[in-house]
Design a protein around this ligand. Structure first.
Ligand SMILES: [Fe+2]
Length: 208
């Protein structure tokens, strides 16, 4: 994170109120209070009806006629703040008109975090669709763990706090560059398998 990013993030003093369904995914426990010195886990939210397996691995979701509208960067961390290399991060969103591609894989792709646990995504700012009020980007993140499913909201876009699922902790603070491109930074915090859990020695060998 650059110093400028830190200053900008600190300026977001009012992230607005959460929607009624913020951080709720039926059947999935809400994230626990962090332990002493731990980071709060990223809240999970609904998957929605449009997640599809089979998307290409890529960090740029732009179609040929698109201009970049938002660049997201960040890391995948465990609760101790340790970066998780090799985590799989899948992003999918609607197009600018609010439609999801259920035939091909427009605005759908996955990537793997680098040695520092970093990811990066260049895409459009999606449209909105009934019954949602907020533009949102769906995400799944998986390390040595079950995948978590969540959504990101974009600072400065209309409708955020009118949306039932809007979660202030999932709002990505953004700067805007001279070309009008938003640059947002967001770190995902996910639980990893621990020694106390019922896993095989082989799977523990791959623990981060
Ligand atoms: Fe959606």
């Amino acid at each position: 994170m650059t110093v400028q990013d830190e200053i900008r993030a600190a300026e977001v003093l009012d992230r607005g109120v959460p929607g009624e369904m913020a951080g709720k995914f039926p059947g999935v426990p809400e994230t626990p209070e962090p332990g002493p010195g731990e980071l709060r886990q990223t809240p999970q939210e609904i998957e929605g009806p449009y997640y599809r397996l089979g998307a290409p691995q890529r960090t740029n979701l732009l179609e040929q006629s698109d201009k970049p509208e938002i660049v997201l960067t960040g890391r995948v961390l465990n609760e101790k703040g340790t970066p998780i290399p090799g985590a799989v991060v899948s992003f999918w969103s609607s197009d600018a008109a609010g439609n999801y591609d259920m035939v091909g894989y427009r605005y759908n792709g996955w990537q793997v975090t680098d040695e520092q646990g970093r990811y990066g995504l260049t895409t459009i700012i999606p449209g909105c669709y009934e019954p949602r009020e907020a533009k949102h980007i769906h995400v799944k993140v998986q390390g040595n763990s079950s995948p978590i499913t969540t959504q990101l909201y974009i600072e400065g876009e209309p409708g955020n706090t009118d949306d039932d699922f809007y979660h202030p902790a999932l709002m990505v603070p953004c700067t805007i560059d001279a070309d009008g491109v938003k640059h947002g930074r967001f770190d995902f915090v996910i639980k990893q398998v621990t020694e106390q859990e019922n896993v095989t020695p082989e799977s523990l060998a791959a623990r981060v």
